[in-house]
Design a protein. Structure first.
Length: 282
């Protein structure tokens, strides 16, 4: 029997959402946690706008009123309404490095996007090829402003914003998953996940963000449940928490667990369906 948590923190994609959908089983499990007095929240690589889009009408069911949300791989923390509580912003030098890296490896990428600090402002998506602008606008225009420009103009735009995370979309034929690398020229990491390459500061991750959130809420680690399924969840899953759950097919679980220093007392479930069952059994 799992100890009743005071705080439950879930990754989104592949953990509580399967192919963009959240099952009634997950909602039932989270509602069971609420009935026991647990605060529930999300820790994700997404920004606030994309998170709200993904949760849709389930936002209020999943995000407790007192919750703090961990966004953009732990580089940003916001409250229930999207107000920034913490952000670790990229420096001018680091943006210059990203631009140099992009220019040197331009054949690898299709898109670049970033989340403005103002949550009422649309996500900015830069297309390398002008012919992709209309396609991406049709696909994402309800939440994103899609454009193309020279790399020099892109650099000027990036410099105008306070950014915690910048995402490059890899071309479809490039397959790299669940890999994290550190740069030596600047204090940045890159994460390969879900067909994307993500730039963040190397002094942030979901684990450190969770420590910040638990301190703010005055909740001890042994009263926390965490669940995740990907490389950017490793630091969060590797903390000494009351309950740790790794979600996904066996091959995926084995990959994530191989990164963990603490491999004992981990609950493993094959899918979001079984995670919902586990949460309902608390």
């Amino acid at each position: 029997m799992i100890k009743i948590p005071k705080l439950a923190v879930f990754d989104l994609d592949g953990t509580i959402a399967e192919n963009g959908k959240i099952s009634s089983n997950i909602i039932s499990g989270i509602e069971n946690l609420h009935s026991k007095g647990c605060i529930t929240t999300i820790s994700t690589g997404r920004g606030y706008i994309r998170l709200k889009e993904a949760l849709g009408n389930n936002y209020e069911k999943i995000i407790s009123p007192r919750a703090l949300l961990i966004l953009e791989h732990g580089s940003k923390i916001v409250n229930h309404d999207g107000d920034i509580i913490f952000g670790e912003f990229l420096s001018e030098e680091e943006i210059n490095h990203l631009i140099d890296f992009t220019r040197a490896n331009i054949g690898l990428f299709k898109l670049l996007w970033f989340n403005p600090v103002n949550i009422n402002e649309k996500i900015k998506i830069w297309c390398l090829d002008e012919k992709d602008v209309q396609f991406e606008t049709n696909k994402r225009g309800h939440y994103a402003e899609v454009f193309t420009s020279s790399i020099g103009e892109l650099k000027q735009l990036l410099m105008q914003h306070k950014l915690t995370n910048i995402t490059l979309r890899l071309k479809d034929y490039i397959k790299v998953e669940n890999l994290k690398l550190s740069f030596t020229r600047t204090d940045t990491n890159i994460i390969f996940q879900d067909g994307n390459l993500e730039f963040i500061k190397n002094n942030v991750n979901k684990g450190l963000a969770l420590k910040y959130v638990s301190d703010k809420l005055n909740i001890q680690s042994n009263d926390i449940l965490v669940a995740g399924n990907a490389i950017n969840d490793v630091e969060m899953l590797d903390n000494e928490m009351g309950t740790t759950v790794v979600v996904g097919p066996e091959e995926v679980r084995n990959t994530i667990i191989s990164y963990l220093s603490k491999k004992d007392n981990i609950y493993q479930v094959d899918s979001t369906q079984y995670l919902g069952d586990l949460l309902s059994s608390v």
